[in-house]
Write a protein that binds this ligand. Structure first.
Ligand code: ZN
Length: 301
């Protein structure tokens, strides 16, 4: 799963700055109004029906302007040729639109991205590097993406909100979800006849290490049962110090799975990705639904 770190990108400051800076006159006006705004808004909420129509529309206009400014800021922040027409961009815009009511009714509301129903799936190496490469041209990135997309689909069918994340997805920073799982596969080189099976590692420095342990046990047990692949009871530094573990919010239980070896397990990984995905989904549901799970047996490394 060796990951090639992406080059640091220059932050794209020009456009969003320009979009967010209002003309001078407007700034002055807003500053003047700022001190009276909260009081007036409270009044507006309490006596909306009794207020003269004129006053109400002033606020409604301010709110509309704020709402559009917020949308435009989001639009410009997201604007880049890479994501302009992607589904992700549309999702973000929709989220921004959903978040708008907090501007119209400025009561203290919880953040729009409540983690209670959210699951993050990192598709290993996606949009960063190919990962392991086989002689026949098969890449780990492709294999991971097929599996990760199926996992997303199955979990969505179960009623969860699933984010399919790139290897170095910007959303990983302080990411909040009930669980985050990164999906990888092992090398395509032939090592020896025992280089088969799967590995799991969890982020043990999370806020709740016991949850990380239970997630690991659930994944090991269910994945082995569904796929028939053997659990390899050792992990590499690549796994235990996986970069995303240090990026996500410490409240988010996170783990990484190496689904199998691209050499000896290539058949099942590429021909039966549904089974692989189902094994992962069963493991995640075992964790989320607090199902009983046996402590995994210490199988051969
Ligand atoms: Zn990998």
């Amino acid at each position: 799963m060796t990951i090639i770190e992406p080059p640091k990108q220059e932050p794209n400051i020009g456009e969003p700055e320009a979009a967010l800076t209002p003309p001078e006159a407007e700034t002055r006006g807003e500053t003047e109004n700022a001190s009276t705004l909260p009081e007036a808004e409270n009044e507006g909420v309490a006596q909306a029906s009794a207020e003269p129509r004129g006053k109400f529309s002033v606020f409604s206009s301010v709110q509309t302007i704020l709402a559009y400014a917020f949308l435009m800021a989001t639009l410009f922040t997201l604007f880049s040729p890479d994501n302009l027409f992607s589904g992700q961009m549309i999702d973000r815009l929709f989220e921004a639109w959903q978040a708008n009511p907090t501007l119209v009714a400025p009561i203290s509301t919880p953040l729009p991205s409540q983690p209670s129903n959210r699951i993050g799936i990192v598709s290993g190496h996606w949009k960063n590097d190919s990962g392991a490469i086989c002689e026949n041209g098969l890449t780990e990135e492709q294999v991971n993406l097929t599996i990760a997309s199926l996992v997303q689909q199955y979990l969505t069918d179960e009623g969860f909100q699933v984010d399919l994340l790139q290897e170095f997805d910007p959303r990983l920073s302080q990411y909040q979800a009930i669980v985050l799982l990164s999906i990888h596969a092992d090398t395509c080189e032939y090592i020896n006849d025992t280089a088969t099976g799967f590995k799991v590692a969890a982020a043990l420095d999370s806020a709740y290490p016991e949850n990380a342990n239970r997630l690991t046990n659930c994944l090991i047990d269910r994945y082995a049962k569904v796929t028939g692949l053997a659990y390899k009871n050792y992990t590499t530094a690549d796994m235990t110090s996986y970069h995303a573990f240090g990026e996500v919010n410490t409240e988010t239980t996170a783990a990484i799975i190496e689904t199998g070896y691209l050499n000896l397990d290539q058949q099942i990984l590429t021909q039966e990705p549904e089974k692989i995905a189902q094994g992962i989904v069963d493991g995640l549901l075992c964790y989320i639904r607090n199902e009983n799970v046996d402590i995994p047996q210490q199988t051969t490394p």
